[in-house]
Design a protein around this ligand. Sequence first.
Ligand SMILES: O=C(O)CCC(=O)C(=O)O
Length: 186
Amino acid sequence: MMIPGLTLYPDFITPAEEAEILGILDAHPWRGDLQRRVQHYGYRYDYKARQITPDLYLGPLPVWLENLAHFLVQNGLFPNVPDQVIVNEYLPGQGIAPHIDCVPCFGGVIASLSLGSDVLMDFGRPDGSEKISHRLPARSLVVMTGPARYHWQHSIAKRKTDGVDGQKILRQRRVSLTFRQVVMGT
Ligand SMILES: O=C(O)CCC(=O)C(=O)O
């Protein structure tokens, strides 16, 4: 990958694990805070205030998510066990605006697991000087550290198809799990 600090791990989980996680998530209530549906684990993220405070603690991660969080540490991807996960559901046509994850809220590693559909994720410099898109395949994990985490915005365009190698690929329902470590400015 061309962005320093950005790494993609294809086939990070198996199709059976993907189906199992989707089944668990769909048995949980989805939040309707945004245009897309979300679930928050560990801490609720306050989208309006763009912050995390101790009163937003929801409790420890459920065991199945804690196991995944430990797996990330065992693979050397996080220095400490991530304690916050946001699940985003993107129906075809839905996306996420360009952003850098809250710097005072979260540690230096952000990792996102893609389920259900490939998608094109766009990375861009906040001043618009550079833009690169990367295809995130279903079951892959994308990890952002260093410049990719702090100096590049990431986003997903609101589209029903993605152009890949001159071909139009129809998006399916994609669910992502983004793992972070809460720091609360400490
Ligand atoms: O869907 C993704 O992979 C990224 C999610 C994201 O950027 C976020 O929750 O801040």
